[in-house]
Design a protein around this ligand. Structure first.
Ligand code: AMP
Length: 295
């Protein structure tokens, strides 16, 4: 395994793999502080592709001015050890000035999809995500890039950008990996005290309550939201930021739940830590979901 820090080196290595060796490349973009959620993407990439690249880059452009960019957990030594075990070929870990050199001026904005849900709470977040992913995809030109359903809206934004910009990468979206407690794995869980970690299980329970109501025949989105809200309110350490029921394809808010599949997204503060989660109701039952430009 090789750790690459320079964009130019990454792009020439990838070009060689494609042209001279005719091998497929899979990219798993991450911000590091790896956990089993990330590793599930790496495993799938390892199965599907000849060469696996994992990028580790805490992207300043996707953090708001009052967010946790400075404090975000960083541990490349530990990440490298984990990725060695998973037989990864390259880690691309550029410093910030390598991705955003002096004079950097071009940003990618996926209109509409970026302005809802997380986009309302975190203005500019998806502009930062779309920009860095575009640079990564252009640098490496992978055949496949792997993302988690944990960040459902992010995956949707990226699928759209790949389609709109006619990038030649297939986007693969994989299920959310959870702790036994139901808590979705997240690098930000390291911020939680043990009491808070216990309290944070309320997030998934709230989603399950909404799903239960739906399964029992409830078709008013407001009632599902209420069920989730009440559950979160039962936990004193939790503060609900939003819970939303939307069309899982365009993220438009739903009132009556006739059209499927339905996405329920939630953002909750546990103490000072902001966590997000989601579930999809009545999906086709497919485990893996992929999309390619033009399809
Ligand atoms: P991050 O390092 O948080 O930017 O995440 C990198 C990738 O891992 C993104 O595609 C995330 O959606 C995905 N991911 C993060 N947490 C999980 C999880 N619990 N299960 C599955 N994928 C995840």
């Amino acid at each position: 395994m090789e750790i690459i820090n320079r964009r130019q080196r990454m792009s020439s290595v990838a070009r060689k793999i494609r042209r001279e060796q005719d091998k497929s490349i899979g990219l798993v973009p991450t911000m590091g502080a790896l956990h089993d959620g990330h590793l599930s993407l790496v495993k799938e990439a390892r199965q599907m592709c000849d060469i696996v690249v994992v990028s580790v880059f805490v992207n300043p452009a996707q953090f708001g001015p009052k967010e946790d960019y400075e404090h975000y957990p960083r541990d490349l030594t530990r990440d490298t050890a984990l990725l060695t075990d998973y037989n990864v070929d390259y880690i691309f870990a550029p410093p910030s000035e390598e991705m955003y050199p002096r004079g950097y001026a071009t940003y990618v904005n996926v209109e509409g999809l970026s302005d809802q849900l997380e986009g309302i709470s975190r203005p500019g977040h998806f502009r930062g995500v779309a920009t860095v992913v575009t640079v990564l995809l252009n640098t490496i030109r992978p055949d496949f890039a792997f993302f988690g359903q944990k960040d459902f809206q992010q995956a949707l934004v990226i699928k759209r950008l790949v389609r709109d910009l006619a990038l030649d990468t297939e986007i693969v979206v994989l299920p959310t990996i959870r702790e036994d407690s139901g808590l979705a794995m997240s690098s930000r869980n390291t911020y939680l005290s043990s009491e808070e970690r216990e309290a944070a299980t309320v997030i998934h329970r709230a989603l399950l309550k909404a799903r239960e109501a739906y399964k029992a025949g409830e078709r008013s989105a407001g009632k599902l939201v209420e069920a989730a809200r009440k559950t979160v309110e039962s936990e004193p350490r939790a503060r609900l930021e939003y819970v939303n029921v939307s069309n899982s394809e365009n993220l438009e808010k739903l009132d009556k739940l006739d059209d499927l599949p339905i996405l329920i997204t939630i953002a909750v503060f546990i103490g000072k830590t902001r966590l997000i989660d989601n579930i999809v109701l009545n999906s086709s039952g497919k485990k893996k979901d992929s999309a390619k430009a033009g399809s």
